[in-house]
Structures are given as C-alpha cells and as structure tokens.
Write a protein that binds this ligand. Structure first.
Ligand code: GSH
Length: 263
C-alpha cells in the first residue's frame, strides 16, 4: 500500500502526485492542512519531525524528500519508466533533482512574500507567534519573518527570481536538444520541474519564461497538455484561492517594467 502524506497546494506534494499520475500507481492520501498548521501536530511530527510534506509510506517504510520519493515511485513499476537507462541522462536527471531544492526555496520565497504573507497578516499576533515557535528550523523562521515584514522588498526576493531565471536559462539550453529536458522523451526531470512551474504560473509570474525563453514556454505548454498535471492539481485546488493567489502574486512583484527591475 502506498500512502502519501501531502498538502493540497504544496508544490512538493504536487511533484509527487504528478509522478503517481504518470506511473498510474494506486495510492491513498493523508491530507495535511498546512495553512491550518497540521504539520506541527504531534501525530504528524511522528511521521516527519521536520514538519514538512510530502512523506511516502510504502507498507510501513517511510520515504522522505520529494525528489527521492519521485525516483522511488518510478522504480516501483515498469509502466511509463521515467528514469532513462543511459547513465549520462540518469546523471543529468539527478542533477535536476538536486537543483529542485533551490527551486523549492525560491518558489516558497515568492509564495510567502505574496499570497501567504497576505493570508497570515490577517491572523492574530498570538497565533503567528505560536506558528513561528512550532517551526524547529530557526533559519526558516528568520527568513519567514523577513518576508512577513518586507514582502516584495525582502532581500530574499531578488535571489529567488534570479535563481528561477537561471533555471529557465539552463532549461532553454537543454531543450535545444529535444522537446523534453533529457531529449526526445518525457522523463522524471520534466515531471519534477513541472511542479515548480505550476507554482510560478499560479502566482502569475509566467512572464519569467514567456518574455525570453521560447523553448521553455513551449515545454510548459506541452506539460500543461499532459493529463498528469491536471490529475495532480485539479482535485485539490480551489478556483477562488487560485485566482486570489495570481492577483496577489502579480500585484506584489510585477511593477511598471514587468519583472525587469529584478534583473
Ligand atoms: N525538500 C523538501 C521540502 C518540503 C517542504 O518544504 N514542503 C513544504 C510544502 S511544499 C512544507 O511542508 N511546508 C510546511 C510549512 O510551511 O510549515 C522536499 O522536496 O520534499
């Protein structure tokens, strides 16, 4: 039995759900409501003391980290094998997997600096204090507090946009060799990266690639046409929240010169 502890709108959970859909694996979900703070509940801390999702439970064995979960899921069946046989392509796939740690941090910065900040600013001060106290990683707390205070003016925002722009530039170079990141076939690298694109798109910043990376723009259109993206997102996401997220993201980051002022 495969059980995924996941968050509805968590980018790393979406990443795992895309691979579950691509592989057509049967799985059961245990939803962890991140906005409500369920990741800090003592029962969940027994599943993951780091208070983050996703976690995959396979017959009682727990696998942590979305990139590792994705490769693990791919290895479970021969249906639609996503990790290539070629050792050079396997190495490149794992390089993309490592880069996703940076992409996660970046999309998290942009989401927190806009939509999440707006949501949390409405909460009572005591509730926020309790939330920061529950986070065991104090570096994360410091960053979160900076984003709460400064929003788009936080020092973390230009770093995040620079890194995501670098992601697009590196993808543009790889996509010169084929329609997909590792060549002519859709692979684990495409599946993993599409979750971060989904989030950037949700916060209305698709001009990050549309303004300068045509191959990446076409790649994203191909990804959106795959049933796996809708399967991994539609059942969990609320249309009204997504509309608000896009508006707040654009209002926060897109100035008179688009995203240009960040580069
Ligand atoms: N490197 C981890 C990152 C996991 C992570 O940070 N997940 C976020 C959601 S995408 C989370 O659980 N956040 C909890 C919180 O914000 O308190 C992975 O790829 O699995």
């Amino acid at each position: 039995m495969l059980t995924l502890y996941h968050g509805a709108n968590s980018v790393c959970s979406i990443k795992a759900r895309i691979v579950l859909a691509e592989k057509q694996l049967e799985w059961e979900g245990r939803h962890v409501d991140l906005p409500k703070g369920e990741q800090f509940h003592p029962d969940y801390l027994k599943i993951n003391p780091r208070s983050i999702v996703p976690v995959l439970d396979h017959d009682g064995v727990r696998i942590h980290e979305s990139t590792v979960i994705c490769e693990y899921l791919d290895g479970l069946s021969d249906h639609n094998r996503l990790m290539p046989d070629d050792p050079v392509k396997r190495a490149r796939s794992r390089t993309w997997g490592i880069y996703t740690l940076e992409y996660h941090d970046s999309v998290n910065t942009l989401t927190f600096g806009s939509y999440q900040r707006k949501m949390l600013l409405d909460k009572p001060a005591e509730e926020l204090e309790a939330r920061w106290a529950a986070m065991s990683d104090k570096t994360r707390v410091r960053k979160t507090l900076d984003l709460m205070e400064h929003g788009a003016a936080s020092v973390h925002v230009p770093v995040a946009l620079f890194r995501l722009a670098r992601m697009c530039a590196e993808m543009e170079a790889d996509l010169a060799k084929g329609d997909w990141l590792l060549g002519d076939s859709y692979s684990l690298a495409d599946a993993m990266l599409s979750a971060y694109f989904f989030r950037v798109d949700c916060i209305g910043l698709e001009s990050l690639w549309e303004s300068r990376y045509p191959r990446v723009t076409n790649w994203w259109a191909r990804i959106k046409a795959r049933p796996s993206l809708a399967a991994a997102t539609d059942p969990w996401l609320d249309e009204a929240i997504m509309t608000r997220m896009r508006k707040v993201g654009r209002d926060t980051f897109i100035g008179a010169k688009g995203l240009e002022e960040y580069f």
